[in-house]
Design a protein around this ligand. Structure first.
Ligand code: HBI
Length: 373
């Protein structure tokens, strides 16, 4: 259960504000490389505009965001942070898109009341004191790398409330957990339609990359002899090929990286969603997408899913990395009421609920921003 941010209360912003969103540096918006952050950026943008604020987005070339103006910046993408080991120093490629995006921010910052950084990269945090417009950061993953922990911690300490996270579980991976503001997430629930009577298949959603543990879901679907529908962007080709070779008989099919409407049209007819992350998932937007369709969630008891799945009521939390545990939970899916899943999404993960938490966060960032001089 995600508590509201007690320190922030329920304040809603006093007047319309001008926001500058700076996107992740690992891929264009709409490519799927940005994972759950793309959905968070789109939903936050939509809800702020619906509440009378104005918004401009800066993102890598090729980015598309329906209904929102995007300034596309060219340059070399950043290496995904989750592929780095802890002690690796910060790297900046020649003609870095990250550097180019923040150079653009430097030039236009005075037109905006608040800059929101969505990139999990060293530069935006390091530049925060150099900029004249306040910057808030939505940190989208847990602790991965020493240099990142160091720079995020400095900003979180020097600029109170400026570091937003998805969940407490994610915050607790950092030494400065108490300085993080847990925001949860939210969806435009109208885009997800409830399905009372599912077909027999299970589903798995997400970037196909080692930290997401797809092999466990395939192993469980084979052991339970239940078809598995896989959707998401193949971020690591050799990893996916390895799974196909290791489980030639498993009843899975890969449906590609689908847009929200196509994806939910398949997910809603599934018996359950399998979440098999081997890392501390910061949140798990795919979990609330499934719940919004009335689909129970089976997830390893690790990270964000702990604060999302109501065990035995809207899904099952399973011993981390236990395929047997997944199979047992699959065999208990019929005990879950699909209406309870949709109701949880409406209670906790609507855009309105996210909007209130997000506006309260921005209000606090601006209120506590250290005065210059
Ligand atoms: N890695 N270096 C880097 N920068 C990002 O912005 C980034 C990332 N890895 C993953 C990622 N963003 C998003 O896909 C996740 O935060 C969801």
């Amino acid at each position: 259960m995600l508590g509201s941010c007690s320190v922030l209360g329920k304040s809603v912003l006093q007047k319309p504000l001008k926001f500058l969103f700076v996107s992740t540096s690992v891929g264009a918006l709409g490519s799927g490389d940005g994972g759950g952050v793309e959905l968070t950026l789109l939903n936050t943008a939509r809800l702020l505009v619906s509440r009378g604020h104005s918004l401009h987005v800066v993102a890598p070339k090729g980015s598309r965001l329906d209904g929102i103006t995007v300034t596309e910046i060219d340059g070399v993408l950043q290496v995904p942070a989750q592929t780095l080991s802890r002690a690796v120093p910060v790297t900046m490629p020649e003609n870095s898109v990250l550097g180019n995006m923040w150079n653009y921010v430097r030039q236009v910052q005075r037109r905006f009341d608040l800059i929101i950084n969505f990139a999990y990269d060293w530069l935006p945090f390091y530049l925060t004191p150099f900029l004249t417009t306040p910057v808030a950061h939505l940190v989208s993953m847990g602790s991965l790398n020493d240099a990142m922990d160091d720079v995020i911690g400095r900003v979180a300490t020097q600029y109170p409330h400026s570091v937003g996270v998805y969940t407490r579980a994610q915050a607790q991976t950092f030494a400065f957990a108490d300085a993080c503001v847990p925001l949860g997430s939210g969806l435009d629930l109208a885009r997800y339609s409830f399905c009372e009577t599912p077909d027999s298949a299970l589903c798995w959603l997400g970037r196909i990359s080692p930290e997401k543990g797809l092999e466990d879901a395939v192993a469980a679907s084979q052991a339970a002899n239940i078809p598995l529908k896989i959707m998401g962007q193949i971020q690591n080709e050799p990893y996916f090929r390895q799974i196909q070779q290791a489980f030639p008989e498993a009843p899975f099919e890969y449906l590609g990286f689908l847009n929200t409407d196509q994806m939910q049209n398949i997910v809603r007819r599934c018996r359950g969603l399998l979440v098999t992350s081997h890392w501390v998932e910061a949140f798990g937007n795919v979990l609330i997408e499934a719940l919004a369709c009335g689909v129970p969630v089976i997830a390893y008891q690790r990270g964000g899913p702990i604060e999302i799945v109501r065990n035995g009521e809207t899904g099952w939390l399973v011993q981390p990395d236990s395929v047997d545990g997944l199979v047992t939970a699959i065999q208990s899916l019929d005990q879950i009421d699909r209406n309870a899943c949709r109701q949880q999404a409406e209670q906790e993960f609507s855009l309105e609920a996210l909007g209130d938490r997000t506006e309260a966060w921005f209000d606090a960032v601006l209120k506590f921003w250290p005065r210059v001089g």
